[in-house]
Write a protein of this length. Structure first.
Length: 293
């Protein structure tokens, strides 16, 4: 019996060769940064890039965001050709921007256009962290302002998805001016009695969080999204206190009254549709009254 144990054939795990590694298609598998589970990217995509094991919401680009949010084939993009200049002649800025244009297929860090959700028309703006980390330069601010103007002209709600590291440092004070510019445009939207829904995703920080992202009539966020102005380390060094572990998370902001709701990605389209229906009811009634008069 003992002889049988030692004579039993052993199976050893082999280390894949370099050729074997190259045979594995790029992007086939994705590792969850939260629970470290490795999943097929295709299955993750089918689950809207939400980890099926821990519920972590993976960062997604503007293309998938529009696909998951809007009615099929309803998006019409505008102001697509706008490209940022280099006002400060910042070293390497043009080259890095061109590299991002090649990798993302976008000219800037935001896409704007018309779309429908459940048949309800709205103007949509979606920031994309894949382009200069979604930073807000002059073109981003201009495209948001133009989108708001379109919403005012068409008398439809404005929905904006934020995903940004803040103002774009390569454009200096020009990027900071976009905070006031976009906020002023939103004030015009508010004066017209039109709805602005702000959806904050991971991350929404810096000048973006301190301006238009926080000015929604309804402020929503995805679970565990990082939302805040300055970084944790800077704040702790300034106030000389240790911050809570969940500081600047969507859940922390909700608890402290800075958000209206934290919404799971699977429920986001349904939530937006409900808000559009609630907004449309009195608008439709008002229009009927004007027609009767």
């Amino acid at each position: 019996m003992i002889r049988d144990i030692f004579s039993r054939k052993r199976h050893y795990t082999t280390i894949p060769s370099e050729k074997g590694k190259k045979d594995v298609p790029a992007g086939l598998m994705t590792k969850c940064p939260e629970c470290k589970t490795i999943m097929y990217t295709k299955e993750l995509n089918q689950n809207m890039f939400v980890c099926d094991h821990c519920g972590h919401h993976h960062r997604i680009g503007s293309t998938l965001r529009l696909k998951y949010t809007l009615d099929e084939n309803s998006f019409t993009e505008f102001n697509q050709g706008m490209i940022s200049q280099d006002p400060l002649t910042f070293p390497g800025y043009k080259e890095k921007s061109e590299k991002d244009r090649q990798s993302t297929g976008m000219n800037e860090a935001i896409r704007t256009g018309y779309g429908t959700i459940g048949g309800y028309k709205a103007v949509i703006a979606v920031m994309d962290a894949g382009f200069r980390m979604g930073s807000m330069g002059s073109v981003v601010g201009e495209k948001i302002s133009r989108a708001i103007d379109c919403a005012i002209e068409e008398e439809v709600p404005f929905i904006l998805f934020s995903a940004s590291g803040g103002a774009r440092m390569q454009e200096g004070v020009v990027s900071l001016m976009q905070m006031a510019k976009t906020s002023t445009s939103l004030n015009r939207l508010h004066e017209k009695g039109l709805l602005f829904i702000s959806v904050m995703t991971h991350p929404t920080t810096g000048g973006v969080s301190a301006s238009f992202a926080s000015l929604g009539d309804v402020n929503l966020a995805e679970p565990q999204a990082l939302i805040g102005f300055a970084g944790r380390r800077i704040i702790e060094q300034t106030i000389r206190e240790q911050l809570p572990d969940d500081f600047q998370s969507a859940e922390f902001l909700l608890e402290h009254g800075q958000l209206d709701q934290v919404v799971h990605r699977h429920e986001l389209k349904k939530t937006l549709l409900t808000l559009l229906k609630l907004h449309n009811a009195p608008q439709a009634k008002k229009k009927e009254g004007e027609d009767d008069a």
